[in-house]
Write a protein that binds this ligand. Structure first.
Ligand SMILES: [Zn+2]
Length: 387
């Protein structure tokens, strides 16, 4: 059996398969990865969640006792954006140590680095309980794929002891992320001629009032690592022509939450605040995620990253879909991947070739540690408390 064992070539191969979301078309990439995973010894299962939409769940079981180490990543990417690219976004071109392409950093590089680490660490995986890989679609539009895994494969976390989310972090281990609650507010009115507004009921005025109330709503929760919760109204639409009273209007608001906030409670509070004139509905709902930095496995992960990152100070990332996969669970999670966070979602997205190799080494150490706790045994103190 021959398959790609070079992390650069594998990342380029994944970048060449377009998975822009929306519309989301993970099928080619998911099928290719499922074949690759089978070739390297995994049992792989495709889990469809819509036309052309796929997740992929794969296990490589070992003979050891204990639980599986899980890795999750998303196969979809954001669109290219309006600005022209200076490189072909789907060629996997390398210039001056940078591998360019949509998804190069977020997060096909993370998937490639973990798969190559698995190939290189095959013997230690065989001697451990094993590895489970959860590859999702639909992450960039609110984690639909991860939610489908939860619903259609309820046992996906059975026997999982820890989870790595391979989002771009420059191989630095992050301990959590804020939650995201995206709400749509819709108002109905009554159409009338623009010269006789008293005969109608203006839907735009209703959402303007609603947005004004939202802006005055205090999000008081604070978190020592994440800071405060936030709110941003991102879109507004309504009305068809200037000389009509609009009978429909809507807006969308993006709330980012911190541990201690309950999304259902927040939604109810906002619905009460806006009253009957505006109907609120959620179109993405991802709870905040946090693993205590004192968790023993995280301490060992910190030790695995220390050769590349030095002393680890606990930090959080803005967003990933890890929490959709583990929100009801006590499974510790680290967000850790080779991509460059500052190029995510941007024109000329790239990941660094040296960080790809570094990522394979970091993941490899975590796999070895999972089998025998070796990093823990040799661990020099690498942990510092944030101030
Ligand atoms: Zn991502």
């Amino acid at each position: 059996m021959t398959y790609m064992t070079d992390v650069v070539e594998l990342t380029r191969q994944l970048v060449r398969m377009e998975t822009i979301n929306p519309p989301g078309q993970e099928e080619e990439c998911a099928r290719w990865l499922s074949g690759f995973l089978r070739d390297i010894g995994f049992k792989a299962e495709l889990i469809p969640f819509g036309p052309g939409r796929y997740n992929l769940v794969a296990d490589l079981r070992g003979t050891g006792a204990g639980k599986l180490l899980a890795f999750s990543g998303h196969m979809d990417t954001v669109p290219l954006g309006r600005a022209a690219w200076n490189v072909d976004p789907f060629a996997g071109e390398i210039r001056e140590g940078r591998l360019y392409g949509r998804g190069a950093t977020d997060m096909k590089s993370g998937i490639a680095a973990f798969l190559v680490a698995c190939i290189q660490s095959r013997d230690v995986i065989d001697a451990s309980a094993g590895v489970r890989i959860l590859l999702t679609g639909g992450e960039e539009t609110g984690c639909d794929g991860a939610r489908a895994i939860r619903e259609r494969l309820p046992g996906y976390l059975d026997n999982v002891g820890a989870l790595i989310v391979g989002e771009p972090t420059q191989n630095y281990p992050f301990v959590g992320h804020k939650g995201a609650l995206w709400l749509r507010g819709a108002a109905q009115g009554i159409a009338a001629h623009g010269a006789m507004p008293e005969a109608g009921d203006n839907a735009i005025y209703k959402i303007v009032d609603a947005i004004d109330r939202l802006r005055k709503f205090a999000l008081v929760h604070q978190h020592p690592l994440m800071g405060g919760a936030s709110m941003n109204v991102g879109t507004v639409s309504g009305g068809l022509n200037v000389n009509s009273v609009p009978d429909a209007a809507r807006f969308e608001v993006d709330l980012r939450t911190v541990p201690g906030m309950e999304h259902a409670k927040l939604r109810n509070e906002l619905a009460t605040l806006l009253g009957d004139d505006v109907q609120l509905s959620a179109f993405a709902d991802v709870p905040p995620l946090e693993t205590s930095e004192t968790h023993p496995w995280l301490q060992r992960v910190f030790a695995c990253c220390a050769p590349e990152c030095g002393q680890i100070i606990p930090k959080v990332v803005p967003y990933s879909d890890g929490s959709v996969l583990v929100s009801d669970s006590s499974v510790p999670v680290v967000i850790l991947g080779p991509g460059e966070p500052q190029t995510m979602h941007k024109t000329d997205e790239y990941c660094r070739v040296d960080r790809l190799y570094e990522g394979v080494r970091v993941y490899g150490r975590i796999l070895h540690d999972w089998q025998d706790g070796s990093v823990n045994a040799s661990g020099a103190p690498v942990f510092a408390v944030a101030n």
